[in-house]
Design a protein around this ligand. Structure first.
Ligand code: MN
Length: 250
């Protein structure tokens, strides 16, 4: 099996190394990751300047672009063959509920999915990677399940792993995305040069963390596995909007 590995925390992130190492027993591993931390990059593609792919000493390839750039370049010209799987992470921090809209970790996997490949995004629920080996073991277990199982491909899975010793994890749970409250207010401060500057505030607390959600599962110590899709059409509103438009006169 050939596995393409990327992330959004950058090619030097410990979570990337842990994931790449965990994938190695499955066969060939190619790492293409952003040069810089691109957390929050979502699905952005760099269209206003050229991109460079460079070799790191450890064999990883790094790109002066976004997570989506990395997977896009890998799949459309860099790799000789299509990989069998795209994995992203292990992110330093959770990507649950509304986070998935902003996440570069999810976006890297999503780019693989858009190209018709099975893809999995891995994140740790708490920041700091206190039990990174435990999370890497979970990643390997899920990829082993993919290798030997029969989940119809392509698919896009969003996996969030509680930061706990392996023995204290309570197994895998299939979940739906929860919902967050609106994010905390922007933080306004003054730069050393006297300009007013803003830091985007923290993500909001969970608003829907009811049973069945990613928030609920991880709070109880489960590894959350959410199948994602890309079609943003609000099917439930099609009828109402259609009636609202009436004859469609301009
Ligand atoms: Mn990140």
């Amino acid at each position: 099996m050939h596995i393409l590995v990327s992330n959004d925390d950058g090619y030097l992130a410990p979570g990337l190394r842990a994931l790449a190492d965990a994938m190695r027993p499955f066969g060939e591993v190619t790492v293409v990751a952003p040069e810089q931390n691109c957390s929050g990059a979502s699905n952005s593609l760099t269209l206003t300047r050229p991109l460079s792919v460079r070799n790191a000493e450890n064999g990883y390839l790094f790109v002066n672009g976004t997570p989506t750039d990395c997977v896009h370049i890998a799949l459309t010209g860099l790799l000789d063959q299509r990989p069998d799987l795209v994995v992203s992470g292990i992110n330093d921090g959770q990507n649950m509920g509304d986070d998935t809209i902003y996440s570069g970790t999810v976006a890297a996997a999503m780019e693989g999915y858009l190209f018709g490949l099975p893809a999995i995004a891995f994140s740790m629920v708490q920041k700091g990677h206190a039990h990174l080996e435990s999370a890497a073991r979970v990643c390997a277990g899920i990829v082993e399940r993919f290798r030997t199982g029969s989940l119809p491909a392509p698919f896009l899975l969003n996996v969030n792993i509680p930061d706990r010793p392996y023995s204290q994890l309570r197994g895998l749970a299939c979940t739906r995305l929860g919902k967050r409250h609106p994010s905390e207010p922007v933080v306004r401060t003054v730069s050393p040069r006297g300009d007013t500057i803003y830091w985007v505030g923290a993500a909001g607390e969970a608003a829907d963390a009811s049973p069945g959600t990613d928030f609920h599962a991880t709070a109880a110590g489960h590894v959350s596995v959410t199948p994602l899709q890309i079609d943003l059409t609000h099917t439930g509103l099609l009828e109402s909007v259609s009636q609202w438009l009436g004859q469609g006169r301009l």
